[in-house]
Every structure is written in C-alpha cells, then in structure tokens.
Design a binder for this molecule. Structure first.
Ligand SMILES: Cc1cc2nc3c(=O)[nH]c(=O)nc-3n(C[C@H](O)[C@H](O)[C@H](O)COP(=O)(O)O)c2cc1C
Length: 325
C-alpha cells in the first residue's frame, strides 16, 4: 500500500516531466534543462538489469543527483529508471536505488532497441501482461511504501491489442502512475503519436496517466491534453529542440529564448564536459544540434556549418563567427 504523496498533487498544470533518453539525457543535460525551468521531474536513462544487483557506483553514474538528495541543483526530482524482465532482480535493484535516495522508481516497457529486446527488456515485454504485473508487484513490494513506483509503456509491441490489458496489469501490480508513449514498438518514432489512445487507457485505469509522444510546440501540448484528457505530460525530443518549451507551455507570456541564448547553452554544455575527447564532445554537441535544428531553420543553418568540425576549437570558432541570416 502506497503511503507517500504523488508529485502531481501540489504543482501547477500542465505538469511536465522530462523524458528519459538513453545516450542523451544524462546528469549534465538534466542540470542545464532544469535550470531553465518548466520541468517538474526527470527520469534517468534506463539502467539495464540482467544478472546482478548493481553496486552503488552504477546508480551514481546514471543519477549523480542522488548525491544531491535525488534532485538537480534546480531542485527538480530525478526518478531512476530500470529496464529488465526478471521481477526479483528488478525488485532488488529498485530497493537499492530507493535506499540511495531515489525519489521514485520507473520501470521501462517501451524501449524498442533490438539489443535490449533480445535480452528481454523494454517493449518486447508488452506481449506478456502477466509478466508486467509480476514485475510491478515485486518492485512495489520491495520499495519502501512512501516511494512511488511508476512505469512507462508504449501502446504495444506489434499492434495495440494489449494496450489496455497491459496498463491494467501494471496498475493492478500497484504502481502509482503510468506514462504512455502513444505508439507501438513497430511504429518506432514515426508520427503521429496516437494521443486519443492515452484517453482510452486513462478511462480504464484508476491511476494518473502521463501522455507522451510528439509534443514539440505549445500548440501540440494543448492538443495532446485535449485528445488524451490528461494534463500530465512527458516530453523528450521537444525539450531538447526547444529547451524553454516547458516554460512556453506553462506560461503563454514567456519570452522565448533567442538563438544566441540557445548557442550559449551549447557552450555551457561543452564547459560541463571537460573530460571528453574532442570527438566525443563534438559528437555530443552535434547530437543536440540535430534535435535543435529539426524545428528551427536558424539552427539548421548552424548545424550545417559545424557538421564537419571534429575539434573543440574548430566547433566554437565556427559558432563565434557571425551567423549569416
Ligand atoms: C535518443 C532516445 C533515447 C531514449 N531512451 C529512452 C530510455 O532510456 N527510456 C525510455 O523509457 N524511453 C526512452 N526513449 C523514449 C522517450 O522517452 C520518449 O518516450 C520518446 O522520445 C517520445 O517522446 P518525445 O516525442 O517527446 O521525444 C528514448 C528516445 C530517444 C529519442
């Protein structure tokens, strides 16, 4: 029986969670984005549980915020996400994360990656509602009753036929809320996200449901709320492309960040990663610029100009030269 409080109760709506993004949304990036504002909680990249209970250092690597009371410096809670298929092992790792101070534990049933699915984790488990229920039940039992356990799922593996059954299986396992990325594994990241399916699920479970997928603008956030019936949103790529998207959604009077402010963020990110080699760093910055540029012609222009740069100096020399608009 859960005895804590849900994070949504005291916050203004819409509530906005920053989506977990493996290989991209690490502690450094979470610091930058939560410092801008408009984000109510974050979720770590998934920790893949296969054979062991991880030592503390693994949890600290994925969630350096554990050393800061489980929050970023801006005070935004960071939930720890686990991925795997072994109920008892997941439960033991969840208990350990909770002991280290995780504000909540999230279970991943959405990852489409082949390597992950081969080792029976992520979206492949959406074919087995009973197993989802077992995992949720075991993890819930192992985690102290005041710490929430949540899950994140897609609408299905190949089709949506088990969407409601899977959500109910997780809810009956005792989780506190469910995030739904409104696409099947087969649909990958191809638009659209089927927001109205979130409403179908919401009507069939008694727990809060966070709506996720294809929110890039305040207009899409409002449309998603309308179609899903939920004012609890999770946003991933949209917040990478537009770091102040949370503020824009929550406050129509917010003045959008300028191109120069966005470029300054890139520099801050680079300065926060002094230990990376030039190639690692420029790859990282280009990965961010790629998302930035998806919805901004100005950023596309910047991206085109730095694409071939392999050194820190070269990269920032290009950024410092006047941008031709
Ligand atoms: C690069 C990348 C990595 C991701 N890694 C994870 C992950 O570790 N755990 C997870 O549950 N979802 C992961 N996702 C899925 C996102 O959390 C989210 O559900 C998806 O991107 C749809 O939301 P969006 O349209 O707002 O980006 C990842 C997505 C991307 C693009």
């Amino acid at each position: 029986m859960f005895t804590g409080t849900l994070p949504f109760s005291a916050t203004s709506r819409p509530y906005i969670a920053l989506a977990p993004m493996e290989g991209l949304m690490d502690g450094t990036f979470r610091e930058l984005l939560t410092a801008i504002g408009g984000i109510d909680h974050c979720v770590t990249e998934f920790i893949r549980v296969t054979h062991q209970v991880y030592p503390e250092k693994v949890f600290y690597r994925f969630a350096p915020e554990l050393k800061n009371g489980g929050c970023t410096r801006a005070g935004t809670p960071v939930h720890i996400q686990l991925l795997g298929s072994h109920p008892e092992l997941l439960a033991r790792n969840a208990a350990k994360a909770a002991k280290l101070g995780a504000p909540a534990i999230d279970l991943n049933f959405g990852c489409p990656a082949k390597t992950v699915n081969r080792s029976q984790g992520g979206a492949v488990l959406l074919q087995y509602p009973d197993l989802l229920n077992q995992i949720a039940t075991e993890v819930r039992k192992a985690v102290p009753s005041h710490i929430p356990v949540s899950a994140k799922m897609r609408l299905g593996f190949k089709d949506k036929s088990l969407a409601v059954e899977n959500a109910q299986a997780l809810a009956e396992g005792g989780i506190q809320w469910l995030t739904v990325h409104a696409r099947t594994k087969l649909e990958g990241y191809k638009p659209p996200a089927w927001w109205s399916w979130i409403n179908t699920i919401r009507m069939k479970v008694k727990i809060p449901v966070l709506a996720n997928g294809e929110i890039w603008t305040p207009q899409q956030a409002h449309q998603c709320q309308h179609e899903s019936g939920s004012d609890l949103l999770m946003i991933g790529r949209g917040l990478v492309a537009t770091p102040d998207l949370g503020l824009r959604i929550k406050n129509p009077d917010h003045t959008p960040m300028t191109l120069q402010q966005n470029l300054a963020l890139l520099k801050t990110l680079a300065q926060s990663l002094p230990d990376l080699t030039d190639k690692q760093l420029t790859d990282r910055l280009k990965q961010w610029l790629h998302y930035y540029s998806m919805h901004s012609a100005e950023m596309q222009n910047v991206f085109d100009r730095v694409k071939k740069e392999r050194s820190r100096e070269g990269f920032f020399a290009v950024l410092q030269s006047p941008i031709p608009f």
